[in-house]
Design a binder for this molecule. Structure first.
Ligand SMILES: [Zn+2]
Length: 227
């Protein structure tokens, strides 16, 4: 009887502590293979931030040159990793963007999101997210999780600076992985917190990021990203 109680206690401890300990940012981050209606194609990065929601840049969803929407996207979570395992999703989702680039590319509103019909997050896990204040992000080190053009996973540490209430600048350009989550650590939170997405390089070898504002967060919530 005593042994059974000990076993139950051990099981209880395992289940309550497993979630944060087993979170794998690689698996919660998707390599995106994108084809647009105009015939263009691209690759990028997106990150799960809820059971149903993925955050990325707008130009992974809408062609930045021709302003045409995606025709197809394959999301590969945990790409090219035997340890993480892979999960591929290419249907059953809807997407929203904050710029459709009708007047050419502009990084200021280069953010968008995807809501999957199925709770993809149950198998990938997901990052924490909320809108961050200027003081949360100014001169703060961030981890960026991204895939390069060949789909190889990488992480890079970046020093953040505030450009405006919509944009941040990174001290280094990750050179690939546009749409990648910009994450900070927060006291009392076991998960990295996504505060924006990497959008494009500046002319000085730095990178711009679009902030995840309250507006974006509330829209995602309204569209069922966190349900
Ligand atoms: Zn195009």
């Amino acid at each position: 009887m005593k042994r059974i109680i000990v076993l139950i206690l051990v099981l209880l401890l395992c289940t309550t502590s497993a979630t944060a300990a087993s979170f794998d940012p690689h698996k919660a981050t998707a390599y995106m293979d994108i084809k647009f209606e105009c015939g263009c194609w691209g690759t990028g990065t997106g990150a799960m931030v809820g059971r149903h929601g993925l955050i990325t840049c707008a130009h992974n969803l809408c062609c930045p040159t021709h302003g045409k929407w995606y025709k197809s996207i394959t999301f590969v979570f945990g790409a090219k990793s035997a340890n993480s395992g892979q999960k591929k999703v290419s249907s059953g989702f809807q997407a929203w963007v904050y710029d459709t680039f009708q007047n050419g590319y502009n990084s200021e509103d280069d953010i968008g999101y995807v809501v999957f019909n199925k709770p993809i997050g149950d198998s990938t896990g997901w990052f924490a997210t909320h809108a961050a204040s200027d003081t949360d992000v100014e001169f703060t080190f961030a981890n960026v999780y991204f895939y390069d053009l060949e789909g190889h996973y990488n992480t890079v540490q970046q020093l953040l600076n505030v450009v405006s209430d919509k944009q941040l600048v990174l001290d280094k350009n990750p050179f690939a992985g546009e749409g990648a989550p910009i994450t900070i650590r927060e006291q009392g939170n076991d998960y990295p917190v996504v505060v924006g997405v990497y959008t494009n390089p500046t002319g000085y070898g730095e990178g711009f990021a679009r902030r995840l504002t309250n507006n974006v967060f509330n829209d995602m919530e309204g569209d069922g990203a966190f349900r």
